[in-house]
Design a binder for this molecule. Structure first.
Ligand SMILES: Cc1cc2nc3c(=O)[nH]c(=O)nc-3n(C[C@H](O)[C@H](O)[C@H](O)COP(=O)(O)O)c2cc1C
Length: 203
């Protein structure tokens, strides 16, 4: 068994109620196999995003992506926080995510951020089905990204995403991140976020 296979086994969610296997197995990797995401696989990932639900079917999600060893990839990497730079360069593909802020009629689309997140959720599960890990990143300098990529007004860069096949080597990470990579995945209990009838927590 390879190191990553061991990590993958240990990362399986310790669920309290049975759920879809892909949801249990998904985690956010910081190491990736040295293997390209093919054009066809990328089209499958975007197709999963494409068929997501969205408020008024406005489909406000937008993506800008690049393969490793290209100038655009390096430019996306350059927009990441120093913390994310430490590991994200292990990914064969980097992507910026953005949403369109207004409807074509100029009205603010209050739910655009929700819809971007929802479609990324679908893309992440599709990726998991294909043995591909998706690591979302809030640590991106969106102002820098807007400038660097000449993002038109009315669109907001939200996150960056590192995408690649599960695999790779723990040695590809600095020591402190190796510990994070093998750490058990934890969650708050349902009682802290799902309330029946009345609000159940002030946390
Ligand atoms: C919107 C969003 C932003 C995130 N930002 C970062 C980030 O900047 N850097 C990072 O290493 N992980 C980031 N993560 C990954 C989370 O830390 C991770 O999902 C969480 O710790 C749970 O771990 P798991 O995905 O392996 O279950 C982000 C995740 C999401 C959904």
């Amino acid at each position: 068994m390879t190191t990553t296979e061991k990590i993958q086994l240990e990362k399986i969610a310790d669920v309290e109620h049975e759920i879809f296997a892909l949801l249990k197995q998904r985690y956010s990797p910081r190491i990736f196999k040295d293997k390209k995401i093919s054009k066809n696989q990328l089209q499958q990932l975007f197709e999963a995003a494409r068929w997501s639900a969205s408020s008024n079917n406005l489909q406000p999600w937008r993506f800008l992506y690049a393969e490793k060893n290209t100038d655009t990839y390096n430019d996306i990497l350059d927009c990441l926080s120093d913390f994310n730079k430490q590991w994200a360069s292990n990914a064969p593909l980097l992507m910026l995510t953005a949403y369109k802020e207004r409807t074509d009629q100029g009205k603010e689309n209050f739910h655009a951020l929700h819809d971007l997140g929802l479609c990324l959720g679908g893309m992440t599960v599709q990726a998991q089905y294909m043995g591909i890990g998706v690591h979302h990143m809030a640590g991106v300098d969106w102002k820098k990204a807007h400038k660097k990529f000449d993002i038109p007004e009315g669109f907001h860069v939200t996150t960056a995403v590192a995408i690649g096949h599960y695999g790779g080597d723990l040695d590809d990470l600095p020591t402190d991140l190796r510990d994070k990579e093998v750490a058990t995945r934890k969650r708050i209990p349902q009682t802290e976020f799902a309330f029946e009838g009345s609000w159940g927590s002030t946390k």
